[in-house]
Ligand binder design. Structure first.
Ligand code: HEM
Length: 909
């Protein structure tokens, strides 16, 4: 009777084998627990047993005469029935275990037995019901001892401020959060981390760079008459310029539609206001150039002496920016004005980028630097890119594509530098038939890039000219003569301006005016961003590109459609806004649409800021930098860091060089994964710009979330994918643009001083020769730089920055840490509405603040996916033993309890 049929044994073995090998082939298991895999195996076995059983029963029904055969069949029948029941029993157990997992009642650290826990935390409370009055959230935290014996607090990973640098250490001492859930024993925040930044005279204790004083220079004795003549001549030149621009338009010298250059220019739509400001600024640039030429001023005089003269008393006086009186308010303005009460224009949309170091133009005021100090020409930007970069696959062991994506999203929240436009906003063209257009037909803002004769990519097509148009000039804030400045046409603040827009008209075009929500498209019952068919649509014309808040006018802005993962993150934020708006309106049924909208926006911006300062920046700048300059979020209570004398505006070096560090992280392919870790999408970057249509497919949103939270970003180094150095915006054409070359050229266009000068302002020794760089760069990189540049003093800032080895606990090297750190310090201390600040009409109360500190990227993705069950709590980090995927319901991914906003006093009717 105990004989197990051989057939069954074979079947059971067969059932297990293919699943194991499948498991090995899988890159990862995104959405299934090990129990679910076992469940699949059991199901397979059960089917087989059933088939066997049926066969035996059929044989018995045939009433075999041979008594031995009948006995054997009866035995087999019994065994199959037992096996069947056993499988059913195992299935029930598995089902229970899966249920436990999904409700978050499973350990995060299964592979490692928990250490003795110092203090049990409280039992978890049932999931909050919106209607219930707010009680302080169930405290899942308790005290514990760290591995080194310090007293700490047991927290979910994502709430432990030191989690990145000390993750492996912290995980050695798991502690108990709630029933069967483990966190890490988090050391006290004020413990001094290892600090490896040099204390320099150039940076202040806040990380804000101290600008050096201008050098002494002879001020020419201009009379007001001479200044006025220069201003009047500038008006004349502007008229001539208008005539030329009109004639270019009439002669159809425009960037060809559908070309890579046209898509590039699509990234820079401009409002009428921006264009008007640009034209006003052009007048003072021309007047300054006139003074330099007519009076033979030196480059230094152009840069440092001209700003001593105001344009207010000249015929250009009406071009000076006007300001008005500001009142503190609970909600931010849309365009960023009046964030600083005394300086209305600081950080406002359509104002000039700030300078830390004065610009270095060829003529001191306007023309891009094109020659080295010894007079030899600088290498062309394409030459720099080709010689310096390599396409080597160097995926990060630690970071997911979310790191790259968050970086780009923040860029689009804080920076949008418009470029010059032709008649009626048309795209300017500087090259024709592979050569630069002749002088008389070239727009004055052309700054095309020369392509070397032997270029591996472009030479076969006879291309010697890459399109490039200069950034639009911006009015100088002090309204004086002087060098050309560039504009930021969106608000500088980290205020979700790419979700909500930087002008009232844009914001209104994105709202529904019902229940505080933003507009969306309903696709199979799920929300996607509203369509923007005027921008682009798929071949069938059924799926349109998307519209999001960085748009300047009613038609939307191409940046959201630039690549699919960017559109994905926009969609997540749109859903989060509408999710919170819905919850707030349930909690506060009397609130108006306006009140719900403004309160939701306030919470969204706070979450965006918290994730940035808590999760993103410690990776980019390093935890020691964050701690040293007080950038990390506090554990409790309000912060009092606001400095009304600090301008939060975006600096030119940040926008045109340092923050472009993210381009080295880009992957050539974008992945989407199914629930079982199977690759469902593998998109070639250069073919999917302005074509985010895959997001319309059923289940695609979750596929791309799985992809972006699993696929590695590339490392920070001088390796860039060819997708952006040869094929940027290529689509189905033969060649595209080169993003590294564009970055170098943009730095020169903006007059950024070279790398060595930034080293100095950041407190590092200026390199005197190539050997001096050995501590900061690897030898091959230095060799390539030396091949390109005649001297260490000529290295373009972008190239020098990406040449540097990362700092010890940071992603980028010291010069970029310094410039990016300066900016994020400004964005924190110079923002009166910063979410942690207390004492302002806009401040959150302490309970709300504590809730906001629970925000995390993992929670954001969980709450706004279609149907995703699992994610690793630290979503910028690759899933690993230390950062295992857990159920979205797990308390390892804390939730912001919105009941803290029930009864909140709004500041609008
Ligand atoms: C697939 C991803 C990306 C693509 C295709 C892309 C493409 C571009 C392009 C074409 C420009 C304009 C270049 C010029 O003409 O000057 C640009 C600008 C810029 N990018 Fe990216 N980028 C990507 C990701 C990122 C990331 C991850 C970051 C930062 C972490 C970043 C930061 C910036 C910044 C700061 C600018 C200047 C913005 C401005 O001043 O308006 N980008 N990018």
């Amino acid at each position: 009777m105990t004989r197990i049929p051989i057939a069954l044994l074979v079947l059971l073995l067969l059932a297990a084998a293919p699943v194991r090998s499948q498991q090995q082939q899988r890159p990862f298991l995104t959405e299934i627990f090990p129990e679910q895999l076992e469940q699949q195996q059991l199901q397979f076995q059960q089917n087989q047993v059933q088939v066997e059983l049926q066969q035996v029963q059929q044989a018995l029904e045939a009433r075999p005469q041979d008594p031995e055969l009948r006995d054997s069949l009866l035995q087999q029948q019994e065994q199959f029935v037992l096996a069947f029941r056993d499988i059913q029993r195992q299935q029930l157990v598995l089902q229970q275990r899966i249920q436990d997992r999904l409700s978050g009642a499973q350990t995060v650290l299964q592979e490692q037995p928990p250490q003795p826990v110092q203090q049990q935390s409280q039992q978890p409370q049932p999931a909050p019901q919106v209607e219930e009055p707010f009680r302080k959230s169930p405290n899942v935290e308790g005290s514990c001892k760290t591995v080194s014996g310090e007293s700490g607090t047991c927290r979910p990973l994502v709430s432990c401020l030191s989690f990145y640098a000390e993750l492996p250490e912290l995980k050695k001492q798991p502690c108990k959060l709630a029933v069967n859930e483990f966190g890490v024993c988090c050391p006290p925040k004020n413990r001094n981390p290892a600090i490896n930044q040099p204390m320099t005279a150039a940076t202040t204790v806040t990380g804000v760079i101290r600008a050096p004083p201008p050098p002494p220079v002879d001020i020419p004795p201009f009379t007001s008459e001479q200044l006025n003549v220069a201003a009047a001549n500038a008006l004349q030149r502007l008229n001539e310029r208008r005539v030329l621009v009109t004639s270019l338009f009439t002669k159809r010298i425009l960037v060809p539609t559908g070309s890579a250059a046209a898509w590039h220019q699509e990234l820079f739509p401009t409002t009428n206001e921006t264009l008007t400001q640009g034209e006003q600024a052009q007048k003072s640039v021309d007047a300054s150039v006139g003074l330099v030429n007519d009076f033979n001023l030196t480059r230094e005089q152009g840069t440092f002496a001209l700003p001593s003269f105001s344009i207010l008393d000249t015929v250009l006086g009406d071009t000076c920016p006007r300001t008005s009186f500001c009142q503190p308010h609970k909600y931010r303005s849309t365009d960023g004005s009046c964030n600083n009460i005394k300086h209305e224009l600081w950080g406002r949309a359509s104002t000039a980028l700030q300078r830390i170091l004065p610009p270095k133009y060829g003529d001191g005021v306007n023309s891009p630097r094109s020659r080295a100090a010894n007079g030899s020409p600088l290498p062309s930007a394409r030459q720099v890119s080709v010689t310096f970069t390599q396409d080597v696959d160097s995926p990060s062991e630690n970071y997911t594509m979310l790191l790259m994506q968050w970086g780009q999203f923040l860029d689009h929240d804080t920076t949008h530098t418009p470029i010059s436009r032709g008649q009626m906003g048309s795209g300017i063209s500087c090259c024709r038939n592979g050569r630069e257009i002749e002088n008389s037909l070239r727009h004055p803002d052309c700054f095309q890039i020369e392509i070397p004769r032997n270029d591996h990519m472009f030479a076969p097509f006879g291309e010697r000219c890459m399109e490039f148009v200069r950034s639009l000039p911006a009015p100088r804030p002090e309204c004086n003569f002087g060098p050309r400045e560039q504009m930021n046409q969106i608000t500088a603040y980290l205020d979700g301006s790419n979700i909500y827009g930087s002008s009232l008209s844009t914001q209104q075009s994105l709202r529904t005016f019902r229940g505080g929500t933003l507009q969306s498209q309903n696709i199979r019952g799920k929300q996607l961003l509203p369509g923007n068919p005027s921008e682009c649509s798929d071949d069938t014309g059924r799926s349109a590109c998307f519209k999001a808040g960085m748009c300047i006018s009613y038609v939307g802005d191409g940046r959201v459609n630039e690549q699919i993962d960017l559109a994905l993150l926009h969609t997540i934020w749109l859903r989060e806004h509408n999710r919170i708006a819905f919850e707030l309106s349930r909690l506060n049924p009397r609130w108006s649409d306006e009140a719900i909208f403004q309160e939701t926006r306030r919470i969204i911006i706070a979450q965006l800021q918290h994730i940035t300062y808590n999760e993103f920046l410690p990776i980019i700048l390093g935890r020691s930098y964050m701690a040293k300059f007080g950038l990390s979020p506090a554990e409790s209570g309000w912060a009092r860091n606001y400095d009304p004398e600090l301008n939060a505006g975006i600096t030119n070096a940040f926008a045109a060089a340092a923050y472009r560090f993210g381009h080295t992280l880009i992957q050539g392919n974008i992945h989407g994964y199914g629930k079982f870790g199977n690759i469902r999408e593998n998109l070639v970057l250069s073919k999917q710009h302005f074509a985010p249509f895959n997001l319309y497919k059923e289940g695609a949103l979750d596929d791309f979330i799985r992809g972006i939270s699993f696929q590695s970003s590339q490392n920070f180094d001088r390796f860039f994918t060819k997708e952006i150095t040869d094929h940027l915006f290529q689509g189905n054409l033969n060649f595209g643009l080169d993003l590294v070359a564009l970055n170098v050229q943009r730095g020169r266009d903006h007059g950024l001083p070279p790398y060595n000068e930034w080293r100095q302002v950041c407190g590092y020794e200026k390199a005197r020769n190539w050997n001096d760089l050995e501590e900061y760069m690897d030898p091959q990189t230095i060799t390539r730089l030396a091949r390109l540049y005649g001297s260490v003093d000529e290295i373009d800032l972008y190239i020098g920055g990406v040449s540097e080895k990362p700092m010890k606990d940071a992603l980028v090297g010291p010069t970029f840490v310094c410039i990016i750190g300066d900016q994020f310090s400004r964005l924190r201390r110079g923002d009166r509405f910063f979410y942690e600040e207390g004492g302002h009409p806009s401040s959150f109360d302490q309970v709300q603040l504590q809730e906001l500190r629970k925000s995390s990227l993992a929670r954001l993705l969980c709450d706004n996916s279609d149907d995703m069950a699992l994610i690793q709590p630290l979503a910028f980090l690759k899933p690993s033993f230390l950062n295992q995927r857990v159920a979205c319901a797990s308390s390892s991914i804390p939730k912001v309890d919105l009941r803290a906003w029930a009864g909140e006093r709004t500041a609008v009717p």
